[in-house]
Design a protein around this ligand. Structure first.
Ligand code: XIL
Length: 336
């Protein structure tokens, strides 16, 4: 049967996966990545914590390895992510909390981080996730008037204007990269659409003000027990109506499993629900011409972040823990 990347090509969509660059050493892993996907995202290796573990000393090796692999396999790269509250270097968070890094210094450090990272990878990144997860969820207690989370690390220290600055700094360092705002629960995954409404209004305003934001990434972390993102197609269309591109950036569909090693669903119905929900996300992307790429957050359940972060859950990706394609793989082939 045809690969996902080959089936996606005539639709104009790139089919992607997050990768663990050190796993390229495993020939079976590298073979699937090279054959099946046309855009790669380093799962962690472009995050600030990994690129500058010690203040002033950069380690680009993981990100470089993804870029080199991608170029050798005629693939593009999504850079992930320049500004996020998670996976920051310890020296940075410690310095902020003990007062040795002032807000002015924090702003200068972020400017340098964005400029240096985007410059290092200039010309090699198709889409950058400039800002990740800034909008408030229903459970966040202090949303700002426009829906941005007032308690966010960056916003609480530097104000929400830091978002526009970050996009401008990234654009200066690589004017050709497509700059994305990326978030979760912005396609109805949480059963409401308040967060998506806020992101839509914000993107529309940012673009009207000339802020260089080219796209909106909908992460797509779904759980079979909560139902699928029913409003995704409409939400993607709405973001695209502002002139923005859109992408599904981190798709996975998790469910409860027997154990983290084998990841067999405890409820047999989940074996139907998992492919169904994955397929719905792909169909939404296919239905919207501005949807540039559909990226799964990894491909083998063996490497998924889910068992570590959602205890008892797994079975979230396209291949099982032994690297055999699952029913969802065939369903996605059929959709393309
Ligand atoms: C996850 C990685 O997959 C894990 O390996 C890491 O321990 C934590 O981060 N949203 C995002 C991603 O934007 O960067 C996260 O990736 C998953 C949730």
């Amino acid at each position: 049967a045809d690969s996902l990347r080959a089936l996606a090509a005539p639709t104009g969509l790139r089919f992607g996966t997050a990768v663990v660059p050190s796993d390229f050493d495993n020939p079976a892993y590298a073979k699937v990545v090279g054959e099946q996907f046309s855009v790669l995202t380093p799962g962690n290796e472009m995050k600030w914590q990994l690129v500058e573990p010690t203040r002033g000393t950069y380690d680009w090796s993981g990100g470089d390895r993804v870029v080199t692999f991608a170029q050798a396999h005629d693939q593009l790269v999504r850079g992930h992510t320049l500004m996020w509250h998670n996976q920051l270097p310890d020296w940075l968070t410690t310095g902020v909390s003990d007062g040795s890094i002032s807000n002015d210094q924090l702003r200068a450090l972020l400017h340098k981080h964005i400029t240096d990272e985007v410059t290092h990878f200039r010309g090699k990144i198709w889409q950058w996730d400039v800002a990740n997860e800034f909008f408030a969820n229903s459970w966040d207690p202090h949303p700002l008037a426009d829906g941005i989370n007032g308690d966010d690390f960056w916003v609480s220290h530097l104000g929400e204007g830091i978002l526009t600055d970050a996009f401008r700094w990234a654009h200066e360092a690589d004017p050709h990269a497509l700059l994305f705002y990326n978030d979760f629960n912005i396609g109805g995954e949480d059963g409401t659409n308040a967060k998506a409404d806020a992101v839509y209004a914000w993107i529309k305003r940012m673009r009207a003000e000339g802020v260089p934001i080219d796209g909106v990434g909908s992460q797509g972390h779904v759980d079979t027990q909560y139902g699928y993102p029913r409003q995704l197609t409409d939400d993607l269309r709405r973001y695209a109506s502002t002139g923005a591109k859109v992408a599904i950036t981190e798709a996975d569909v998790r469910t409860f499993v027997n154990n983290a090693t084998e990841q067999v669903p405890t409820d047999h119905l989940a074996e139907f629900a998992q492919p169904y929900e994955f397929s719905n996300m792909l169909k939404a992307c296919l239905a919207v011409p501005e949807c540039l790429s559909f990226t799964a957050w990894g491909f083998t359940d063996a490497e998924s972040w889910i068992p570590d972060v959602f205890p008892g859950e797994g079975y979230a990706l396209l291949y099982d823990v032994h690297l055999n394609p699952k029913p969802v793989y065939t369903d996605l082939q059929d959709d393309l």
